[in-house]
Design a binder for this molecule. Structure first.
Ligand code: NDP
Length: 427
């Protein structure tokens, strides 16, 4: 049966440009990789103090610290992508269908991330136990791995640019090469059943992030003979976040990225470089700062993380369940919703009746809990929560504009009912 087209743009036309168009996206592609190197150099060479270059010579010295890919790093990244790719194709897991596409069809996705995650962790533990790889390998090789992953994403996005144009000629594009390279030229580029966007959204980046954290904990143990409570907290919180993602993997099918974003440099680099190489900054910082926390602070941070997790997970699940089973009760009552002219329903119950993106609020509270264990000595470990607040505020505004374009007056009616953007009664 053909289902109603809920994914089509409001009007069949060139999509509007975001991020400042071609100039803005070009700037982002230059600035963001530079920022990741800057953060790494600050934490690796300066103990977490933000380096302020005062002369051209200082800048040259900083640039000179950017490592080239090494054969070991290239081997590690290649093996990693191959392993995760094979797991995506071969590991057991149910097939779940995505939301309807423009032509009414629905794409199948094999949900085997839970298996792939634990299998990879088990394999890594075995490799360390058997002495095939030192536990600190990812810490030792961090710089060259970052350079290799960067290069891979720039080249792979070029492939995506041409592949999308060739295989999805009707997907809306601006026609501007730089902008389309950044945003992607196809919504769902696939090779047979292998979905590039679904794969890169999680597998190589999220699992690598966890392994990097563990390698950083091993580096702390090697240097100081102990793993501190802050390191344990950061690793535990982030492992919980990633494990939770894979446990609820089908929920990604109703997110903005899968439903509406094309797959290009932005999502590829964001998932495979930005996430694993910057989200581990707190653990990286703790390698050289093995302080301890009083019990009250530890308990407070754990509570904060649990509150954030509850809001984040329950909000995302409410929307996902509602979209897959509109009768499912929310907070003990049948859901209220607004029926749009496009055929999609907008939820008005639960978190989605309190704020338009309460899921972002939960994520932000967790982000704070991941930074607090690092104490007050430096600003750098707080980079994550600061950046995340900027990202999510900008993301909410962008999603708002996209929903306005998609739903027109229906979106305005929804916003009149649900006034708050992210934090109920505040913002
Ligand atoms: P959402 O999952 O919030 O999805 C937004 C989409 O949901 C909208 O475009 C709209 O699409 C639909 N929608 C909006 N309002 C409603 C409603 N009331 N009822 C039903 N559907 C609605 O967006 P994200 O993908 O940004 O976020 C998903 C999660 O991922 C969040 O928890 C976020 O914090 C997290 N995240 C984490 C990042 C990280 O780096 N750790 C980065 C980005 C996000 P439509 O109606 O067309 O389906």
């Amino acid at each position: 049966m053909q289902m109603k087209d809920t994914n089509a743009p409001h009007r069949a036309e060139r999509p509007p440009m975001h991020f400042g168009g071609p100039a803005g996206t070009l700037l982002l592609m230059l600035a963001l990789p530079a920022l990741v190197y800057y953060l790494w150099i600050s934490v690796h060479y300066h103990g977490g103090a933000l380096v302020v270059p005062r002369s051209l010579e200082d800048v040259r010295r900083l640039v000179g610290l950017i490592p080239l890919p090494t054969p070991r790093a290239v081997f590690m990244v290649g093996t990693w992508l191959l392993l995760q790719g094979l797991l995506q194709v071969l590991a057991p897991g149910p097939v779940v269908y995505g939301t309807p596409l423009r032509d009414g069809s629905r794409l199948p996705y094999r949900m085997n991330g839970w298996f792939a995650f634990w299998f990879t962790l088990g394999l890594a533990a075995l490799a360390v136990w058997m002495g095939w790889v030192p536990a600190t390998a990812l810490h030792e090789e961090f710089g060259p791995l970052l350079s290799t992953a960067n290069l891979f994403c720039f080249v792979f996005s070029l492939f995506l640019y041409f592949y999308g144009r060739a295989t999805a000629p009707t997907d809306p594009r601006t026609g501007h090469p730089v902008y389309d390279y950044f945003m992607g030229t196809a919504l769902n580029p696939r090779l047979g059943r292998f979905d590039f966007k679904f794969f890169f959204e999680s597998r190589p980046g999220l699992i690598a992030w966890v392994l990097i954290d563990l390698s950083l904990a091993a580096a702390q143990l090697e240097r100081h003979g102990t793993i501190s409570t802050p390191m344990l907290l950061v690793c535990a919180f982030q492992i919980l976040y990633v494990a939770d993602y894979f446990f609820h993997e089908p929920a990604i099918l109703t997110t903005l990225d899968i439903r509406h974003e094309h797959f290009g440099f932005m999502l590829c680099w964001g998932s495979a470089v930005w996430v694993p190489f910057t989200y581990c900054l707190q653990a990286y910082y703790l390698v050289t700062h093995p302080h301890e926390l009083p019990l009250w602070a530890t308990m407070g941070i754990v509570m904060l993380n649990l509150v954030g997790y509850y809001i984040f997970r329950s909000a995302n699940l409410q929307k996902h369940r509602f979209r897959t089973d509109p009768q499912a009760r929310i907070w003990g009552r049948p859901p209220e919703f607004l029926e749009t002219a496009r055929g999609t329903r907008l939820l008005l119950s639960g978190w989605w009746g309190l704020a338009r993106h309460a899921n972002y609020l939960g994520d932000l509270i967790m982000a704070l809990a991941w930074c607090l264990p690092c104490g007050g000595g430096h600003l750098l470990p707080y980079f994550y929560v600061i950046y995340f607040a900027v990202l999510l505020i900008a993301r909410e505004r962008r999603d708002h504009r996209m929903c306005q374009a998609r739903y027109g007056a229906d979106w305005d009616a929804y916003c009149a009912r649900v006034r708050w953007r992210i934090v109920p009664w505040i913002y």
